[in-house]
Design a protein around this ligand. Sequence first.
Ligand SMILES: [Zn+2]
Ligand SMILES: [Zn+2]
Length: 288
Amino acid sequence: MTWQNIRRFLRNPHFARSPHDRAAFAMLIVGAQLALWYETCHVMQYYHSEENGGTSAGWIAHVVFSLFLYANSLANVYKMIRTRVICDLTVLGVAENADWPYCERCLSHRPPRTHHCRVCDICVLKRDHHCWFGGCCVGHANHRYYFCAISYMFMAAIYSNFYHFSFMTDRLHHLGQYGIPFCVILPHFCALFGYLSFYQFLVAVLSFIGFFLLVIFLWLISIQVVQIATGQTRYERKRGDHMYNNGPMENIRAVFGERWYIAWLCPWISSSLPENGASFRVSEVKTK
Ligand SMILES: [Zn+2]
Ligand SMILES: [Zn+2]
């Protein structure tokens, strides 16, 4: 990516408009670099060092897999931000319909499932929610990238926590089996009373953050899996509305496109969506 592309990316008028968005996006970018360095160059390297019976080939294999997870996580965030989610009927080639709900901010009627985002200040097609860490809305065209980004981050969190458990036990072994969980939950308290050195304090804090992120990603994915499987957006899930539930396979296609079976491998694999974002196939079996 050239500097010109980065400048164009940051000048996108709908990207990271609020201070919360900018802070969260910076945290994501800085956190991803630190996490990659800590996991591959510190934790994994320790396990694959010769003194622990490992090999450099084993370590390189783990580094390559970690880079795959890292690259796919950030590439999906990039595509999520760059994909157009705004409701522009001219671009869609769709005539405004007076029966649609009216948006007081955009001063126009908006198609079904479109909602106005107060942060982005635009109407978003099939809006799900506003993502602070991406600084943009998740809607019809970029839902796939959001789901893939959190899925790859979730896989990275499982991978990291698997290593953290034994790494932490090794580094904090002097505390015993009951002292270690206590120090991970309250590392400041333990460091203050001299149970942890500064290095051990960092290991305890990073292990706690790793576990916390694992729980957060699990929670985010659970919500998305339920919504995608039932063909709902966040609004419809809250209302218990199954109007667009056309069965699991059709619902998956509506988010991941026609090539859903490989679309998750890389965000640059094209996979056209069956709907244009303004009109949707209504379920024949209405539960509400
Ligand atoms: Zn609007
Ligand atoms: Zn938004």
